[in-house]
Design a protein around this ligand. Structure first.
Ligand SMILES: Nc1ncnc2c1ncn2[C@@H]1O[C@H](COP(=O)(O)OP(=O)(O)OP(=O)(O)O)[C@@H](O)[C@H]1O
Ligand SMILES: [Mg+2]
Length: 248
């Protein structure tokens, strides 16, 4: 199996106090890896280390066969951060402009979308079922629709692996089901490797093929079929299961 990501012996702390210790994690091509763990357990931190946004005090990250310090093939990677939707809702951009934003680097001096760009944008919006919204202002869309637009924006460069940090916060149950249908399509039909942070242990362990549990500064990885939800919840959340229902 081809390894797309190798994290080895990573230690990381913000202020000398480690929030992650001796983290080892491998992602293979075709994986759908779910990352679970309580608030503040360093899930977002882990994603940022993987993407080179934060530098570990010890250990190594190898992404698509390149040490992260030297990694430069960003068009092969998609990233939807936890804060992506905290933008000004009055931002006067259309769906087409948002999705096409990643194409600007390929344009000449005159920044306009040519026919080929428009086709690409339409294709990406088709995957997420949003092509009817091409000319709508992003601020007028619902949260779930905006989420799909950001996924389309990620898809436009044909990434091989997409990292998503809690993409489903604030998305209703029906849209969540659509979202997981879409993830299945990306993963199974388009062969895109997915890494997704989620608080919904019940659902993510169903959809993902492997699960990484972050807690007590450690990360452990299991095939999702072996993942014991109750045991995990007791281990990292303590006995008080009510915490799961009061997260957001
Ligand atoms: N820039 C920072 N400076 C100092 N401490 C930080 C910083 N960012 C995060 N932390 C701390 O590091 C720990 C891990 O934070 P992180 O955001 O990675 O957690 P998380 O697992 O993603 O939580 P959540 O489920 O709430 O998103 C937390 O205790 C947090 O307060
Ligand atoms: Mg987080």
């Amino acid at each position: 199996m081809e390894r797309l990501l190798d994290v080895k012996g990573v230690y990381f702390g913000y202020n000398k106090k480690y929030v992650l210790e001796d983290v080892n994690l491998t992602v293979f091509r075709g994986d759908f890896l779910g990352i679970v763990g309580p608030n503040g357990s360093a899930k977002s931190t882990l994603i940022k280390i993987i993407l080179g946004i934060l530098k570990p005090q010890r250990g190594t990250v190898v992404l698509l066969n390149s040490p992260i310090e030297r990694f430069n093939q960003w068009d092969r990677i998609g990233y939807i951060s936890q804060r992506v939707r905290n933008f000004n809702p009055a931002f006067p951009a259309t769906v087409e402009e948002i999705v096409g934003a990643n194409l600007y680097s390929q344009m000449g001096v005159f920044k306009f979308f040519n026919k080929e760009h428009k086709t690409k944008i339409k294709e990406a919006l088709d995957v997420v079922n949003m092509s009817d919204y091409q000319d709508h202002l992003i601020g007028n869309l619902s949260g779930g629709e905006q989420q799909k637009v950001f996924i389309a924006r990620t898809l436009i460069s044909n990434p091989e692996i997409i990292f998503m940090d809690e993409p489903l916060v604030g998305v209703d149950v029906q849209s969540q089901e659509q979202f997981y249908g879409l993830m299945e399509k990306l993963n199974k039909e388009l062969g895109i490797t997915l890494v997704m942070v989620s608080h919904d242990i019940g659902v993510i362990t169903d959809k993902a093929n492997r699960v990484a549990c972050v807690g007590n500064r450690k990360v452990c990885v299991h095939p999702s079929t072996d993942f014991n939800k109750e045991e995990h919840i007791r281990d990292v959340y303590g006995e008080d299961l009510s915490i799961l229902h009061h997260k957001h």
